[in-house]
Write a protein that binds this ligand. Structure first.
Ligand SMILES: *Cc1c(COP(=O)(O)O)cnc(C)c1O
Length: 426
């Protein structure tokens, strides 16, 4: 067996489909967010502006967050020293879970090593512990949620994205007696749209279902205390399980769920992804907590974030660039072709010192390939104008489509998005 050839062939398939992934070698410059040093394949360096970071507020470079990490590492060392069962539960981790439970006004919170792990562990364990559980999962759920649904081994039905009539149909067919778990996201990170959370809560109540919401792209960013869209809309208590990450808006690392004492205790006791892996290091827990506590009491970052995101949409829109209209901080720029999307991204980096990762299938449906722009409070007017000029130049050279026909886009998305679980891509 030619094992090497086999793996090379597998990767060649991706190359042919123009979705072979290349990572940019970056060194973020603390104190000068969103600037970074880029190193090309020949090890030449230059300074660039990052326009696609999920460190949405720049909290990863907040002075107090850095100080918390540094001080805790000095006091307690680096590693956690074990799994949560075997000497890995440390003081900063306990405090972090308290902070998270309070953020979402739940009885308990449980921290995992990443948001991915928290989704996989929580969804699979919850569903497995409910006899005859039926999982109702939004069509565009994140790969980590799909992994949790699959791993549970329980029956699943996919409802069309944010389609409440379809969800109702599936709930009616299942009947009120059968136990059900509805899993969905608050903000879908690729299109920047928001789920009808209150309607989902109403349906869950009517049909006796548990609700599981992924607020990964909203925590820290929305709500008076940064508790996400549910915090903003007063819906936290209507969700049974709220899942989030500390790696995006909070700028650090780790995932979590906030829920009832009973559910948290069951997941703590049954989920292998929680039990058999080393705990998050104390310094990271302390940094995450500093970030969350800061954003609980400060809205300055959130307001500046919304302002700069709106400004970016406005300036790019006025230039007739194909900005997908969103109600959130995410600014998708549709290219509609994998090869051109990659070419646009390369050209932005090489010629204009701007880094925006191309987003291709299977992360988004074919025909909706895009540049996903994430403005932060620290992308100022000058940077936005420079971005516009660079994009106009790239759009002209590559002869990319301008304006955006959202009706066509939606149709394409629904056609390509069949209701089976997609293969897990990034
Ligand atoms: C990024 C992401 C996750 C995973 O979070 P990490 O902390 O990065 O592992 C989960 N859900 C959604 C919707 C995401 O976009």
């Amino acid at each position: 067996m030619d094992y090497t050839g086999l793996f090379e062939d597998a990767v060649d398939v991706l190359r042919r489909e123009k979705r072979y992934r290349v990572f940019a070698d970056l060194e973020r410059i603390a104190g000068r967010f969103p600037r970074a040093t880029y190193r090309d394949s020949a090890a030449n360096t230059k300074e660039i502006t990052i326009w696609c970071s999920n460190d949405y507020l720049g909290m990863g470079q907040n002075k107090n967050v850095i100080a918390a990490m540094r001080e805790t590492a000095s006091e307690m060392g680096v590693g956690a020293g074990g799994t949560r069962n075997i000497s890995g539960t440390n003081r900063p981790l306990v405090e972090l879970e308290r902070t998270l439970a309070d953020l979402h006004r739940k009885e308990s919170a449980l921290v995992f090593t990443s948001g991915f792990v928290s989704n996989e562990a929580a969804i699979s364990t919850i569903a497995r512990l409910i006899p005859n559980c039926l999982i109702l999962s939004d069509q565009l759920n994140h790969a980590s949620m799909i992994a949790g649904v699959r791993l549970s081994g329980m029956q699943k039905q996919i409802f069309r994205h944010n389609d409440m009539e379809h969800l109702r149909e599936l709930l009616e067919a299942a009947g009120k007696k059968r136990p059900k778990l509805i899993v969905f996201e608050s903000i879908y990170s690729m299109d920047g749209d928001i789920a009808p959370i209150a309607e989902i809560a109403d349906l869950a109540e009517e049909f006796g279902a548990l609700t599981y919401i992924d607020e990964v792209h909203a925590v820290g960013l929305y709500g008076p205390r940064g508790g996400g869209i549910c915090d903003r809309d007063g819906l936290m208590e209507r969700m049974d399980i709220i899942e989030g990450t500390m790696a995006k808006g909070f700028g650090t690392m780790g995932g979590y769920i906030a829920t009832s004492k009973a559910i948290a205790d069951a997941i703590r006791s049954y989920a292998p992804e929680f039990i058999f892996t080393t705990a998050l290091p104390p310094a990271i827990c302390a940094a995450a907590r500093a970030s969350i506590e800061h954003l609980k009491s400060s809205s300055a970052e959130r307001e500046a974030h919304q302002r700069q995101a709106a400004r970016t949409k406005e300036i790019l829109g006025e230039a007739n660039l194909p900005v997908m209209p969103t109600k959130t901080h995410i600014v998708p720029l549709i290219v509609g072709d994998a090869r051109l999307c990659k070419a646009a991204s390369d050209m932005l980096l090489e010629k204009h010192n701007i880094y925006i990762q191309p987003i291709n299938y299977p992360t988004v449906p074919k025909g909706t390939e895009r540049l996903r722009i994430t403005p932060t409070p620290l992308h100022d007017e000058k940077m936005i104008v420079a971005l516009r000029d660079a994009l106009l130049n790239v759009w002209q050279i590559l002869d990319l489509p301008k304006g955006v026909d959202t009706s066509e886009l939606t149709a394409r998305k629904l056609n390509s998005g069949d209701l089976t679980l997609p293969t897990i891509g990034g």
